[in-house]
Design a protein around this ligand. Structure first.
Ligand SMILES: Cc1cc2nc3c(=O)[nH]c(=O)nc-3n(C[C@H](O)[C@H](O)[C@H](O)COP(=O)(O)O)c2cc1C
Length: 151
Protein backbone atom coordinates (compact mmCIF):
# COMPACT_ATOMS: atom_id res chain seq x y z
CA UNK A 1 0.00 0.00 0.00
CA UNK A 2 1.38 3.41 -0.96
CA UNK A 3 1.04 5.76 2.00
CA UNK A 4 1.60 9.54 2.20
CA UNK A 5 1.47 11.58 5.38
CA UNK A 6 0.88 15.31 4.92
CA UNK A 7 1.35 17.42 8.02
CA UNK A 8 1.45 21.00 9.18
CA UNK A 9 3.30 21.91 12.37
CA UNK A 10 4.29 25.18 13.99
CA UNK A 11 6.28 23.82 16.94
CA UNK A 12 7.16 20.32 15.73
CA UNK A 13 4.75 18.13 17.71
CA UNK A 14 2.48 17.25 14.78
CA UNK A 15 5.60 16.66 12.70
CA UNK A 16 7.03 14.31 15.31
CA UNK A 17 3.77 12.35 15.26
CA UNK A 18 3.93 12.14 11.45
CA UNK A 19 7.34 10.52 11.68
CA UNK A 20 6.23 8.23 14.50
CA UNK A 21 3.21 7.08 12.48
CA UNK A 22 5.42 6.57 9.42
CA UNK A 23 7.89 4.55 11.45
CA UNK A 24 5.11 2.42 12.89
CA UNK A 25 3.90 1.59 9.35
CA UNK A 26 7.33 1.33 7.76
CA UNK A 27 7.70 -2.27 8.86
CA UNK A 28 5.07 -3.06 6.23
CA UNK A 29 4.76 -0.13 3.86
CA UNK A 30 6.59 2.59 1.99
CA UNK A 31 5.54 5.79 3.71
CA UNK A 32 6.33 9.29 2.43
CA UNK A 33 6.17 12.08 4.99
CA UNK A 34 5.71 15.55 3.51
CA UNK A 35 5.08 18.98 5.06
CA UNK A 36 1.96 20.52 3.55
CA UNK A 37 4.04 23.09 1.61
CA UNK A 38 5.42 20.13 -0.39
CA UNK A 39 2.06 18.45 -0.97
CA UNK A 40 2.45 19.02 -4.71
CA UNK A 41 4.91 16.10 -4.64
CA UNK A 42 2.10 13.59 -4.00
CA UNK A 43 2.05 10.88 -6.65
CA UNK A 44 -1.74 10.66 -7.00
CA UNK A 45 -1.61 7.75 -9.39
CA UNK A 46 0.01 5.52 -6.80
CA UNK A 47 -1.54 6.89 -3.60
CA UNK A 48 -3.72 4.45 -1.63
CA UNK A 49 -3.74 5.89 1.88
CA UNK A 50 -3.50 9.58 2.72
CA UNK A 51 -2.90 10.56 6.35
CA UNK A 52 -3.34 14.26 7.14
CA UNK A 53 -2.23 15.75 10.45
CA UNK A 54 -2.41 19.30 11.69
CA UNK A 55 -2.28 21.35 14.87
CA UNK A 56 -5.57 22.74 16.11
CA UNK A 57 -5.55 26.52 15.76
CA UNK A 58 -8.52 28.61 16.85
CA UNK A 59 -10.67 25.48 17.17
CA UNK A 60 -9.97 24.22 13.66
CA UNK A 61 -7.40 23.52 10.99
CA UNK A 62 -4.52 25.83 10.11
CA UNK A 63 -4.62 28.10 7.08
CA UNK A 64 -1.92 26.04 5.34
CA UNK A 65 -3.94 22.84 5.55
CA UNK A 66 -7.13 24.66 4.52
CA UNK A 67 -5.44 26.33 1.55
CA UNK A 68 -4.09 22.99 0.37
CA UNK A 69 -7.45 21.22 0.72
CA UNK A 70 -9.09 24.16 -1.09
CA UNK A 71 -6.66 23.70 -3.96
CA UNK A 72 -7.64 20.08 -4.61
CA UNK A 73 -10.18 19.43 -7.36
CA UNK A 74 -13.54 17.90 -6.34
CA UNK A 75 -13.42 14.09 -6.34
CA UNK A 76 -9.62 14.15 -6.04
CA UNK A 77 -9.75 11.50 -3.31
CA UNK A 78 -12.23 9.09 -4.88
CA UNK A 79 -10.81 5.56 -4.55
CA UNK A 80 -8.31 6.64 -1.87
CA UNK A 81 -8.46 5.88 1.85
CA UNK A 82 -7.82 8.83 4.14
CA UNK A 83 -7.51 9.44 7.88
CA UNK A 84 -6.96 12.64 9.87
CA UNK A 85 -5.26 13.41 13.15
CA UNK A 86 -4.54 16.58 15.04
CA UNK A 87 -2.71 17.87 18.05
CA UNK A 88 -4.55 19.99 20.60
CA UNK A 89 -5.09 20.56 24.28
CA UNK A 90 -6.56 17.71 26.32
CA UNK A 91 -9.94 19.34 26.84
CA UNK A 92 -13.45 18.36 25.77
CA UNK A 93 -13.64 18.82 22.03
CA UNK A 94 -16.39 21.43 22.28
CA UNK A 95 -13.92 23.62 24.19
CA UNK A 96 -10.67 22.93 22.34
CA UNK A 97 -12.07 22.39 18.87
CA UNK A 98 -10.31 19.85 16.64
CA UNK A 99 -8.44 20.30 13.39
CA UNK A 100 -8.82 16.59 12.63
CA UNK A 101 -12.61 16.77 12.72
CA UNK A 102 -12.58 19.59 10.16
CA UNK A 103 -9.91 17.91 8.03
CA UNK A 104 -11.81 14.61 8.02
CA UNK A 105 -14.97 16.34 6.81
CA UNK A 106 -13.05 17.91 3.95
CA UNK A 107 -11.33 14.64 3.01
CA UNK A 108 -14.69 12.90 2.89
CA UNK A 109 -16.14 15.69 0.76
CA UNK A 110 -13.26 15.20 -1.68
CA UNK A 111 -14.42 11.60 -2.08
CA UNK A 112 -12.08 9.71 0.25
CA UNK A 113 -13.03 6.51 2.01
CA UNK A 114 -12.71 7.22 5.74
CA UNK A 115 -12.00 3.96 7.59
CA UNK A 116 -11.31 5.61 10.98
CA UNK A 117 -12.78 8.55 12.87
CA UNK A 118 -10.54 11.62 13.30
CA UNK A 119 -8.02 11.20 16.14
CA UNK A 120 -6.45 13.74 18.51
CA UNK A 121 -3.11 13.63 20.28
CA UNK A 122 -2.56 15.96 23.19
CA UNK A 123 0.05 18.61 23.94
CA UNK A 124 0.66 19.87 27.47
CA UNK A 125 1.52 23.45 26.41
CA UNK A 126 1.08 25.46 23.22
CA UNK A 127 4.57 24.57 22.03
CA UNK A 128 4.43 21.04 23.42
CA UNK A 129 5.69 18.66 24.47
CA UNK A 130 3.18 15.93 23.74
CA UNK A 131 1.61 14.42 26.84
CA UNK A 132 3.14 11.24 28.20
CA UNK A 133 2.29 8.17 26.16
CA UNK A 134 1.00 10.02 23.10
CA UNK A 135 3.76 8.84 20.77
CA UNK A 136 3.10 5.25 21.80
CA UNK A 137 -0.64 5.80 21.29
CA UNK A 138 0.10 7.16 17.79
CA UNK A 139 2.15 4.06 16.99
CA UNK A 140 -0.82 1.87 17.90
CA UNK A 141 -3.29 4.14 16.08
CA UNK A 142 -1.25 3.87 12.88
CA UNK A 143 -1.72 0.11 12.94
CA UNK A 144 -5.52 0.58 12.85
CA UNK A 145 -5.30 2.32 9.46
CA UNK A 146 -5.70 0.21 6.33
CA UNK A 147 -1.91 0.20 5.93
CA UNK A 148 -1.50 -1.43 9.33
CA UNK A 149 -4.55 -3.67 9.20
CA UNK A 150 -3.54 -5.04 5.79
CA UNK A 151 -0.10 -6.06 7.03
C1 LIG B 1 -2.51 30.50 17.10
C2 LIG B 1 -2.78 29.25 17.91
C3 LIG B 1 -4.11 28.90 18.19
C4 LIG B 1 -4.37 27.74 18.94
N1 LIG B 1 -5.67 27.40 19.17
C5 LIG B 1 -5.95 26.23 19.81
C6 LIG B 1 -7.29 25.80 20.00
O1 LIG B 1 -8.27 26.46 19.59
N2 LIG B 1 -7.51 24.62 20.62
C7 LIG B 1 -6.49 23.84 21.10
O2 LIG B 1 -6.74 22.77 21.66
N3 LIG B 1 -5.19 24.23 20.93
C8 LIG B 1 -4.91 25.39 20.31
N4 LIG B 1 -3.61 25.78 20.13
C9 LIG B 1 -2.55 24.90 20.62
C10 LIG B 1 -2.08 24.05 19.45
O3 LIG B 1 -3.00 23.02 19.21
C11 LIG B 1 -0.67 23.51 19.71
O4 LIG B 1 0.21 24.61 19.62
C12 LIG B 1 -0.31 22.46 18.68
O5 LIG B 1 -1.02 21.27 18.92
C13 LIG B 1 1.15 22.16 18.68
O6 LIG B 1 1.42 21.43 17.51
P1 LIG B 1 2.70 21.75 16.63
O7 LIG B 1 3.89 21.59 17.55
O8 LIG B 1 2.69 20.74 15.56
O9 LIG B 1 2.58 23.15 16.11
C14 LIG B 1 -3.31 26.93 19.41
C15 LIG B 1 -1.98 27.30 19.13
C16 LIG B 1 -1.71 28.44 18.39
C17 LIG B 1 -0.28 28.79 18.09
Amino acid sequence: MNVVIIYDSQYGNTQELAHTIAHSLSHYETVHVLPVRRAAEIDWDRLQLLIVGGPTHEHGMTDSIRDWLDSLPPQRLVGIHAVAYDTRYHLPRFISGSAATEIAKRLKKLGAEMPLPPESFYVTEEAGPLADGELERAERWALLTPAGVEA
